[in-house]
Design a protein around this ligand. Structure first.
Ligand SMILES: Cc1cc2nc3c(=O)[nH]c(=O)nc-3n(C[C@H](O)[C@H](O)[C@H](O)COP(=O)(O)OP(=O)(O)OC[C@H]3O[C@@H](n4cnc5c(N)ncnc54)[C@H](O)[C@@H]3O)c2cc1C
Length: 531
């Protein structure tokens, strides 16, 4: 007999595990997260958070807290540039200001905030929403059957072992995922790119920045390549080093860890800063830059999310953000199935919707690594770069739970201005005029939005909220004309759209499909007369 039972057990209590716990709590489903470490992340790692991640945090009431913390540490106007060294010439500007060009696309903004500062906020919110997190606890085995998964946990302090029975398991246990290996899922892609290091340091770099705002600063010189992330005072930060030496086509160039001593690290830091000044190394972390994905995101009742499912080099800042999107896609589906609101088949849509986008994101991160860090290695196997904004809010998903338009062209990404509310994409932001966004209508349940109608709820099937929106340019942004309607899922993705003349029965069928319910199990449309 298991010692405990829980609807969802999450292996890994870091960025993605905590986000999953928080979102499950938001949908009313308790979870247990187990995490080997005593607390949340100790290293900054992820620092660049995209619009879509911030929109997810906004849905669960964390946006303001995260933005405030971000401003304590980073300039709101930081960009992404390349220099010879901080004291040397500027070589390129990749992104002038983090939020330049994205005004009006979202009710929120991109932010710089370090993962070690973000994770405690996620953890606190997850606990507020009813999740349980056990630290110093390791998942060491799992066995699944038709009804659930039995996971063996070890208390790393006492050594005691116990078994927990869960209906579903989310493996958010990072790039070396033991769960993934236990499930026999290998990795595909580009593999290891470099044995990189991160040097955490203090040094007063303010004067060297001149008029440049601290954000992400790539360093290219004959001694090393990597990037700085400096806090708003430019007095502390970290330096990632991906290659050493002038000839980056040599394998030895991508082994930064070889022969590393504190003295050598200090030499690297001085070279990247470009001048001698008082500097102190606080810590050094060794890690592997890699670009790979798992070819399957599910085995039975176990789902892979975050770095367990895809690993990218940090160029582009996609890793953690993609993991948050995994969690966002998966959590409401697990909750709907566990609560009996959806058919178990809905869970098949997780891999169908996320895997092609994960592969695309790994390819794009690789493109940014190849072109920004090691351009001499050539462009073989390097996909053309697509704009960051398309990866953030321009992705297109397909699955049995999404009713695509008849003229669907199969593209995976588009400029957000070209999406026009097509099914499988993020429902667009339109300001509602009262300080809210259309996005504030989504997040908890299915919502049908229309440009006209009497606005009463009984037009929609039970459980579906109905809104008539007359704010400009709602109809245009959602591709609707008179009588049209769009059905938006709890994760803010458009599941179905009828451009005009949407019928109640058609909507009810679309809702049932979006929940993987057979018609006889679908919530019945009420037949009461419209008020
Ligand atoms: C230098 C650097 C810069 C980066 N910059 C960015 C950025 O700007 N933006 C961005 O989005 N991403 C960035 N990333 C990537 C980001 O840090 C990762 O994508 C993110 O940490 C993945 O989160 P995760 O929860 O999936 O995995 P992890 O953070 O690796 O967490 C997995 C957790 O699972 C635990 N665990 C593992 N096995 C078990 C087990 N059996 N039992 C219990 N616990 C277990 C581990 O202890 C760990 O805490 C960066 C990474 C690096 C290295």
């Amino acid at each position: 007999m298991p010692d405990d039972e829980v609807p969802v057990l999450i292996v890994g209590g870091s960025l993605v595990g905590l986000t999953t716990a928080m979102l499950l709590g938001h949908h009313g489903v308790p979870s247990l997260s187990v995490e080997r470490h005593a607390g949340t992340a100790i290293h900054p790692r992820a620092g660049h958070f995209q619009l879509r991640t911030m929109e997810v945090l906004r849905q669960i009431g964390l946006e303001e807290r995260v933005r405030a913390k971000s401003l304590e540490m980073y300039s709101a106007t930081g960009g992404i540039i390349a220099v010879e060294s901080l004291a040397g010439r500027q070589l390129a500007t990749y992104v002038k200001e983090l939020n330049e060009g994205v005004e009006g696309l979202s009710p929120t903004v991109r932010v710089f905030i370090n993962q070690d500062v973000l994770e405690p906020l996620l953890r606190e919110r997850a606990l507020e929403l009813g999740a349980t997190v056990h630290n110093r606890t390791e998942a060491i085995a799992l066995v699944q059957d038709d009804d659930g998964v039995t996971v063996t946990l070890r208390d790393l302090d006492s050594g005691d072992e116990r078994e927990v029975r869960a209906r579903y398991v989310v493996a958010a246990d990072g790039n070396r995922s033991g769960m993934r290996r236990r499930l026999g899922i290998g990795m595909r892609g580009y593999g290891r790119l470099s044995r990189s290091i991160t040097i955490y340091f203090r040094a007063d770099c303010g004067e060297l920045l001149r008029d440049r705002s601290p954000g992400v600063i790539y360093v290219h010189n004959p001694q090393l390549r990597g990037f700085f992330r400096l806090d708003r005072t430019a007095g502390k930060g970290f330096l990632v080093i991906n290659t050493v030496g002038a000839d980056v086509t040599q394998d030895s160039a991508v082994d930064v860890q070889a022969g590393l001593t504190e003295e050598r690290a200090l030499r690297f830091l001085r070279t990247a800063i470009g001048t001698d000044m008082p500097m102190e190394i606080v810590d050094i972390a060794n890690w592997q830059a890699e670009a790979s994905w798992a070819p399957r995101l599910r085995e039975g009742r176990v789902f892979l999310a975050g770095d367990a499912a895809h690993v990218v080099p940090p160029n582009g800042g996609f890793g953690g953000n993609t993991g948050v999107q995994d969690a966002h896609n998966l959590a409401w589906k697990l909750a709907a199935v566990i609560k009996g609101d959806a058919g178990a088949g809905l869970l098949d849509s997780y891999e169908a919707e996320r895997l092609p986008l994960c592969v695309l994101t790994v390819q794009q991160a690789y493109t940014r690594y190849a072109t920004r860090v090691v351009p001499e290695r050539g462009t073989e196997g390097v996909e053309p770069a697509i704009a960051d904004i398309e990866i953030e809010i321009g992705l297109v998903m397909r699955s049995g739970a999404i009713l695509v338009d008849d003229d669907d062209d199969g593209v995976l990404h588009l400029d957000p201005s070209a999406l026009n509310g097509r099914p499988g994409t993020r429902a667009p932001h339109v300001a509602l005029g009262d300080g809210r966004s259309t996005l504030d209508l989504f997040g908890s349940r299915f919502v049908v939005v229309r440009p006209d109608g009497d606005g009463v709820d009984d037009w929609a099937p039970p459980g579906v909220q109905s809104h008539v929106i007359d704010a400009e340019p709602f109809a245009e942004m959602y591709g609707l004309s008179a009588g049209g309607a769009a059905l938006v899922r709890p994760d803010g993705v458009i599941a179905w759209r009828s451009r005009s003349g949407a019928g109640r029965d058609e909507l009810a069928r679309a809702h049932a499909t979006a929940l993987a319910l057979s018609p006889q199990h679908a919530p019945q449309t009420r037949t009461t007369a419209r008020r």
